[in-house]
Design a protein around this ligand. Structure first.
Ligand code: TYD
Ligand code: MG
Length: 484
């Protein structure tokens, strides 16, 4: 057998950069004294890899569970919105990072989860580096999440936490938060890049070498990224983000990375005096404050993972005092807004070059799927033409650069869900006609199929009555009148 070749390299504990020789300062991240020696072995196909990452355990790939030494049974959190976001529950031995702004409810969510897990006779160890045992106990009692299977500790020394976990062998370990724990052998303060990286590494090893699922709480920096090195996000199996507006009561749990499920699923909660409540029908929540005669507001049926969520898209266009008018979006991609504005300008003569444009997805939702385009375009037209939308209209579709409206996935599900919530008019891409054929003749009567953005005003305002004013000057008003 050929001899395995090995050599020594130096790896930065802060950013993971590699260097063939020792240096006082990492060339990549500029941190001092972070390079540590590591032995790497040559592996055909993979190049030079760390000795530790080459596993000697070999298991035959098989569809039968018998061949797998460790059965893959998920643990329910007792909170169905949470289970959904995780892809069906917690995988034993997985390593999960929960990020979010301070005060958004991360500790509350995980504390509430301990009861659901404890009720299944599974052990949870909740270690807080931020609050005393007394404070956590008080909060748990107030939230009524007390379970005899939950153990609480207040500790920030990671070696002690790991010792505790090894002694107690909990099914779930929660560390609140990664920014407050530290390893005493490192000189740097808790929360620094090297501490976060090393502590996470140790916790990852704990999770992988035992059946304990480890939840890590992490804070988010001002620009919305999880504080700490990017390597942290690579290390964990799942990255969850808990989002929401501190001034509103709804919270959205989103999965940004998931080795054990899809990343489209989201969970919706409401923060109330008794803690977080699940919202089982989020569409009702997102539409509850919609006005009767909505101007500049369109309703979109959006696919979030396996479920349809109806949400409101609001737009506002106003004359701009600025040489370069503002374009602001919340919950929607700004670049896509520019694209839609350009298409509207070219195909519908919407002259918005001198107007400020604001687009908002109501309820703190972030919509990434292109199906939102048509609703954004409709709300922009309605605002710019000062014309009310039909409050019972729901629409979706992607807009192409040539003004064509393109089909989207699961059109039938979207129409069905919107119909259930009382919507009676649907604008659906023509390409989806064959996909919605099964909806039945009655429901199909309320569906209009659109091929091009040029047809949109006709569908939005079928009588042709709009309060459109020209932005070009009085003399242009006539030529801008709608032609039906
Ligand atoms: P917390 O879970 O401590 O947030 P994080 O761990 O993300 O920093 O939640 C803190 C906020 O939640 C706090 O400002 C008040 C609010 N809250 C309630 O409204 N109701 C409750 O029952 C609880 C426990 C908290
Ligand atoms: Mg907290």
């Amino acid at each position: 057998m050929a001899k395995t070749r090995s050599r020594n390299i130096f790896v930065c504990t802060s950013c993971g950069a590699q260097s063939p020789k020792w240096q006082g300062r990492c060339n990549e991240c500029g941190e001092w004294n972070t390079l540590q020696e590591e032995v790497v072995v040559q592996d055909k196909g993979r190049g030079w890899v760390s000795k530790e990452t080459t596993s000697s355990e070999v298991v035959a790939l098989s569809t039968s569970d018998k061949a797998d030494a460790r059965p893959f049974q998920r643990i329910s959190t007792g909170i169905s919105e949470f289970d959904r976001t995780l892809g069906g529950g917690v995988v034993p031995g997985s390593f999960i990072l929960l990020g979010g702004d301070p005060g958004i409810g991360k500790s509350t969510l995980l504390l509430q989860m301990t009861k659901g897990i404890g009720d299944q006779n599974l052990k949870v160890l909740y270690v807080s580096g931020e609050e005393s045992v007394q404070q956590t106990l008080m909060r748990a009692r107030r939230l009524k999440t007390v379970s005899p299977n939950t153990f609480i500790a207040s500790e920030s020394n990671l070696d002690i936490i790991i010792e505790l976990a090894k002694k107690m062998t909990p099914d779930v370990l929660i560390v609140d938060s990664i920014q407050t724990v530290y390893l005493s052998e490192l000189q740097s303060a808790p929360g620094t890049v090297s501490q976060v990286r090393e502590c996470s590494h140790k916790l990852m090893n704990l999770a992988k070498n035992s059946q304990t699922a480890v939840f890590l709480i992490g804070h988010v920096t001002k620009d919305g990224h999880i504080a700490g090195p990017k390597t942290l996000e690579h290390m964990v199996d799942t990255v969850l983000s808990f989002e929401g507006d501190l001034h509103h009561h709804y919270r959205i749990l989103r999965s940004l990375k998931n080795r054990f499920g899809t990343t489209n699923e989201l969970g919706v909660f409401q923060m109330q005096s008794g803690g977080l409540q699940e919202v089982t029908n989020p569409s009702e929540l997102f539409l509850e404050e919609r006005s009767e005669n909505p101007q500049g507001s369109a309703v979109l049926a959006s696919m979030e993972g396996s479920r349809v969520i109806l949400c409101e898209v609001q737009s506002l266009t106003t004359p701009s005092p600025l040489p370069m008018p503002r374009r602001n979006t919340i919950g929607f991609d700004l670049q896509r807004t520019h694209l839609i504005l350009a298409v509207l300008d070219k195909h519908l003569d919407l002259h918005l070059a001198n107007r400020d444009v604001f687009v908002n997805i109501v309820g703190g939702l972030k919509i990434n799927e292109p199906a939102v385009d048509l609703a954004v375009a409709a709300s922009l037209i309605s605002s710019d033409w000062n014309s009310d939308m039909d409050a019972k209209m729901c629409l979706f579709g992607e807009i192409g650069l040539t003004g064509e409206v393109r089909g989207v996935v699961q059109a039938d599900q979207r129409v069905k869900e919107a119909h259930k919530l009382g919507f009676t008019k649907f604008i659906v891409p023509f390409a989806n006609k064959k996909h919605v054929a099964d909806l039945g003749p009655q429901l199909l009567k309320s569906v209009q199929f659109i091929k091009s953005i040029k047809e949109l005003p006709r569908f939005l305002f079928p009588t042709g009555a709009t309060n459109r004013k020209s932005h070009k000057g009085k003399e242009a008003v006539k030529s801008l009148d709608l032609e039906f």
